[in-house]
Write a new protein. Structure first.
Length: 318
């Protein structure tokens, strides 16, 4: 399970749109996805046509109250939600003392059944944003291509750094800045992008989301980019964000690679044991008794082929 929070201290930058569309794409690709809405406005629920006051299922307020047996609502296959409503505002000004409420809630509930959790945060520098960062493995900052956004990006990054420094045992990775609502016809666009590239280097994502009628109208029709027609500019851009920017690779494949590496090391140790056993048997038993002990040799041959197949990566375990 990996958790991504989408953070920005101002409204209108496409934060909720980013959350909903990334979540929709992840679920369509087969990842079991949970969206947690920490914004008192509850715009994620509105976008997805989900009743934010639904009492049959749990919501983000229940999570912050550290209730157990949390049951998220379902949007569609592989996509669940913990919605938000105005009641969550009571946590907005609470200081994180004695540990994060969300950290404790995550420990008390079996949310690790999800592959990806995406958190939408309120457009403020508040405790709810800090709570999101406290449970995040990664965070992403969306911004509009406007001059004042340069200062806003710096403020958002500084707030995240201070939060990370103030809460023990957290270290979310900054994925980068995503430019939303891009209109390349504007004369100031190239200058703005050039300024951000200078400040952010590779932390300014190369994929940028254009300002289109499809995206603007999406919430009205409760449609995400998954529902857009093939060849749609907006659909292609969001898929590029997930695939070309290696968003899922950064978040998921890294863990898979580490698991493979651990498995290879375990296999290496196991094979060394088998080889020692083979040598022992060959020197102490007659040939007739050796046959049934030679199965480890087959494993050894498989392993050598496996290392050739893996190529340079296999050198990591040598």
């Amino acid at each position: 399970m990996k958790t991504i929070s989408i953070n920005w201290q101002k409204g209108g930058v496409g934060k909720t749109t980013t959350v909903v569309n990334i979540g929709s794409i992840c679920s369509a690709l087969g990842y079991k996805t949970l969206i947690i809405d920490l914004d008192p406005q509850g715009n994620v629920s509105t976008y997805l046509n989900y009743d934010k006051n639904e009492s049959s299922y749990s919501n983000a307020v229940n999570l912050l109250e550290k209730k157990i047996n949390i049951v998220p609502g379902n949007i569609k296959e592989n996509l669940d939600i913990l919605s938000s409503n105005i009641q969550i505002s009571k946590f907005n000004d609470e200081k994180i003392v004695g540990g994060s409420k969300l950290q404790q809630a995550f420990q008390n509930n079996k949310l690790d059944t999800y592959d990806i959790i995406i958190i939408d945060t309120p457009p403020t520098m508040s405790s709810l944003v800090q709570e999101a960062l406290a449970v995040s493995d990664y965070y992403l900052i969306p911004a509009k291509p406007e001059f004042l956004a340069v200062e806003g990006v710096a403020q958002a990054m500084n707030f995240a750094k201070k939060t990370i420094a103030s809460i023990p045992n957290i270290n979310p990775i900054f994925l980068g800045v995503l430019l939303n609502q891009v209109d390349k016809r504007r004369s100031s666009y190239l200058e703005f992008v050039s300024e951000l590239e200078y400040l952010l280097a590779d932390k300014l994502l190369t994929t940028k989301i254009s300002q289109t009628a499809e995206i603007a109208d999406g919430p009205f029709y409760a449609k995400t980019v998954i529902d857009f027609k093939e060849g749609s500019k907006s659909k292609n851009e969001y898929f590029d964000l997930v695939k070309v920017e290696n968003l899922l690779e950064d978040v998921c494949v890294l863990d898979i690679s580490l698991q493979h590496l651990k498995w290879e090391r375990k296999l290496e140790n196991s094979i060394q044991t088998h080889k020692q056993k083979e040598t022992y048997i060959k020197t102490r038993f007659p040939f007739q008794c050796q046959t049934r002990f030679m199965e480890p040799f087959i494993l050894h041959v498989f392993y050598r082929c496996f290392r050739i197949w893996r190529g340079p990566e296999a050198s990591l375990i040598s």
